[in-house]
Design a protein around this ligand. Structure first.
Ligand code: UD1
Ligand code: UDP
Length: 360
């Protein structure tokens, strides 16, 4: 019996990182696959550098879609993905996460009668004003294989009427990625950004935080307040979206915040591991903080990663400076004793087991 042919659709920094263990596992087992990059992320420090440090082959296709409105990005992706899928005819298309790339990949495939596997399915913030929530809610019901990180995400899908037979609890491939790369990261030697005093690490990029000037201003003030009150520099690898918005709105960074360009994955793992505290609105960074045992303050009103709150690794701060400071103090006083809820680092193997059990 012939094994399946798998098409992997990815397009952004977190998808490259979280899909890398799956690609590696497909390669290891000699399963026929190809990678289609939509080009949603394209700057070297948001894209190319990850293929290099994760030692991934260049994608077979890159649609070069670039940035635009949600409709422009998704529309161009749909057209390009459909063409490639018509030529390649994979049996299963795999997508990862909640980006516009995921939405386009899942829609294009399902309408062509190609099965869809959604890695990191079942996450819900309950907030339909987030583009990511819309993408998740559309991608999950059209997926044939729902690879969920935790029992919580499985419950979300069952409550929405998804057939439980389609759902596999795999853990999150971010654990695989962290475990596969942390010793490589440590082995690379000194990371100059770490310095000698303690520091806090911040990342901010989510649409709801960057695109509203007042909210972005308050967040920057919050980071400045945390730095001033707690006597630590806030190291801030700045996402291009945030850089653009700060410039456009004329919001200066407060003293105590040190902005740097986005860094490669190995460097970022070291920045996370050595930070005393992480302040973020990133999904992947909330998970990695929890996995690496670093306390996290999430600068959002909700999270689709409630497991991190439940184990005590993370707290929701919203965007008011005083509340961000209060949460920073609260998390710094915690003992770092929580359990990692995202699995044992063998998520990719479980995903590929399911794919391998399918026949053409
Ligand atoms: C996207 C995802 C978000 C994810 C994030 C990961 C959607 C709706 N959003 O957000 O869920 O958390 O990626 O980082 O899919 N830009 C560059 N270079 C790049 C990429 C982007 O300069 O390589 C700038 C452009 O000005 C662009 C802006 O960032 O307009 C936003 O890019 P876009 O891909 O639309 O959304 P992200 O904010 O990156
Ligand atoms: N990351 C990185 N360099 C950076 C910032 C983040 O390698 O300068 C990694 C981080 O380790 C995590 C992923 O990017 O695995 C998170 O991506 P992002 O915050 O862009 O997206 P989200 O997870 O919120 O979708």
């Amino acid at each position: 019996m012939e094994t399946v042919r798998v098409g992997i659709v990815l397009g952004t920094r977190p998808e490259i990182i979280k899909m890398s263990p799956v690609i590696r596992e497909l390669e290891r087992r000699g399963i026929d696959h190809f990678v289609l990059h939509t080009g949603q992320h394209y700057s070297y420090n948001m894209d190319g550098v990850f293929f290099e440090v994760l030692r991934l082959k260049q994608p077979k296709y890159n649609l070069g879609v670039g940035s635009g409105t949600h409709g422009e990005e998704t529309g161009k992706m749909l057209i390009g993905i459909e063409k490639v899928l018509a030529e390649e005819r994979p049996d299963i298309v795999l997508v990862e996460g909640d980006t516009n790339t995921v939405l386009a990949g899942a829609l294009a495939a399902t309408k062509m009668g190609i099965k869809v596997g959604h890695v990191e399915a079942g996450l819900r913030s309950g907030d339909m004003s987030m583009p990511e929530e819309v993408n998740r809610i559309v991608a999950d019901p059209v997926s044939d294989f729902l690879f969920v990180p935790t029992e919580t995400s499985k419950k979300n899908l069952i409550n929405e009427g998804v057939d439980p037979r389609k759902v596999t609890v795999t853990g999150n491939t971010i654990v695989d990625a962290v475990l596969q790369n942390i010793s490589l990261a440590e082995g690379r030697g000194i990371v100059p950004e770490i310095g000698t005093g303690g520091y806090f690490l911040a990342t901010i990029h989510r649409q709801e935080n960057t695109d509203a000037p007042e909210r972005l201003k308050r967040i920057v003030e919050g980071l400045g307040l945390v730095s001033g009150e707690l006597g630590r520099e806030v190291l801030y690898p700045i996402h291009p979206r945030s850089k653009k918005c700060l410039n456009e709105f004329g919001i200066p960074l407060c003293p105590g915040i040190r902005a740097i360009d986005p860094v490669d994955y190995l460097t970022f793992l070291m920045l996370e591991k050595n930070a005393e505290l992480i302040l973020t609105d990133s999904g992947g960074v909330q998970e990695e903080a929890c996995i690496l045992g670093v306390p996290c303050v999430t600068i959002r009103d909700n999270t689709e990663r409630p497991e991190t709150l439940e184990v005590g690794a993370n707290v929701l701060a919203g965007a008011m400076p005083s509340r961000i400071l209060e949460c920073a103090k609260q998390m710094l006083s915690k003992r770092r004793m929580w359990e990692n809820p995202y699995g044992d680092g063998h998520s990719a193997a479980r995903i590929v087991d399911v794919l391998e059990s399918q026949t053409r």
